[in-house]
Write a protein that binds this ligand. Structure first.
Ligand SMILES: Cc1cc2nc3c(=O)[nH]c(=O)nc-3n(C[C@H](O)[C@H](O)[C@H](O)COP(=O)(O)O)c2cc1C
Length: 361
């Protein structure tokens, strides 16, 4: 019988349990996207707290594109040494760690007058209204290369793998969406075409890191906005990525304009509200042969045990519960199975750093 504390592996990533820290922007990196003492402490608490696989905050891959303040960067070789120290520390606790790679795009507070913002098509982002520059073939090549370079740096820095961020309305997710991708060339139209860039990004990363390195993707099951990406297309994309050799898929959902149907839904206070993407993740897990991580609204061991028993979903990602309690997994492991203390109030984001209200001084 499977348990939440089984030791497993994803490609060569060793996992001492099935709990994953879903990527969480901490707003604590320095202005260059580098590791600070505060960030070090965040990761040490997670590792000390026995999280099996830690996924970092999203990290920007092109220096000029940093989509948000205080996020990690992985755009330059000069960042490798500090990451090397961070990954050594995390490994010393027996946890694995991968870095999440992102290009933000037009779901942004920046304006096109302030910087170049790339998108699949020059159409307004449904939430922000920002009209990006439609990427030409040369820019596509630069982007694909930047993902490959970033993954290679991650490998040199001792990360156990990388996760491609294609969810929540950022650039790579937009290419799948008929709402944001209106291209007439081989990257637009059919889902085969709309997913072409994602496959190219995956292939380039794989070419740079080799077959034995963990490459994961986080993808929306649906965008939950009219005209956005729908589940049938996502299922197709997941099967394609599995066929190409992707090691695992993390299922999330919703872009920011989906509001209450976004990735971090509020007020998860009973088992019925938990695990809101479970049906989609279960279907993807049963129709692809690769491991699936379910993320969003997980709160109790009981719900995760039930999902593990009844579906082919193998891993469980949490973001807010681990902001509230970095030691949650250790507590559960010790036998205290009380639910996460997170109130799912979504007050974790502050200009001074993303810290749970339960942990503010
Ligand atoms: C403060 C905060 C920052 C987040 N940053 C990221 C991020 O960098 N990358 C990402 O893929 N998701 C990010 N998310 C979304 C989470 O990874 C996760 O998908 C979502 O919060 C649902 O999981 P939860 O219910 O366990 O919080 C963030 C969520 C929060 C609350």
């Amino acid at each position: 019988m499977k348990t939440l504390f089984d030791r497993t592996s994803i490609n060569n990533i060793q996992l001492k349990n099935r709990f994953v820290r879903g990527a969480t922007w901490e707003n604590m990196a320095d202005s260059e996207g580098g590791v600070t003492d505060r960030l070090w402490k965040v990761y040490e608490e997670l590792a000390e707290g026995q999280v099996g696989l830690i996924i970092t905050s999203y990290a920007f891959i092109l220096k000029e594109e940093q989509p948000n303040s205080g996020m990690l960067g992985i755009y330059s070789d000069s960042l490798i040494a500090d990451y090397g120290r961070l990954t050594d520390m995390i490994h010393s606790y027996g946890s694995s760690v991968i870095v999440q790679l992102v290009y933000g795009g037009s779901q942004t507070l920046y304006k096109p007058e302030q910087r170049v913002i790339w998108g699949p098509s020059a159409v307004p982002e449904i939430g922000t209204g920002v009209v990006p520059k439609e990427m030409n073939k040369e820019e596509i090549k630069i982007l694909v290369g930047a993902f490959g370079d970033a993954a290679f740096r991650a490998q040199q820095a001792g990360f156990d793998g990388v996760e491609i961020h294609a969810s929540h309305g950022y650039l790579l997710g937009q290419w799948l969406s008929p709402l944001h991708n209106c291209r007439q060339d081989e990257y637009g139209g059919s889902i085969e075409n709309r997913s072409r860039l994602l496959v190219e990004v995956y292939e380039e990363i794989r070419r740079r890191v080799g077959p034995d390195y963990g490459v994961l993707i986080k993808i929306n099951c649906q965008d939950f906005v009219p005209g956005g990406t729908e589940f049938a297309d996502v299922l197709y994309v997941c099967k394609e990525l599995a066929r190409h050799g992707m090691d695992a898929i993390e299922i999330s959902g919703g872009i920011l304009a989906a509001k209450e149907l976004c990735a971090f839904r509020p007020n998860i206070n009973c088992p019925e509200k938990e695990a809101y993407f479970e049906p989609y993740a279960a279907q993807i897990a049963s129709e692809t042969s690769i491991p699936v991580i379910l993320t969003g609204g997980l709160r109790t061991m009981q719900v995760m045990e039930r999902i593990l028993e009844q579906t082919p979903i193998q891993y469980f990602g949490m973001a807010r519960p681990l902001l509230a309690e970095p030691g949650l997994i250790k507590r559960w492991q010790k036998g205290d199975s009380m639910p996460s203390k997170c109130r799912y109030c979504n007050k974790c984001r502050t200009p001074e750093g993303n810290v749970c209200i339960l942990n503010r001084d």
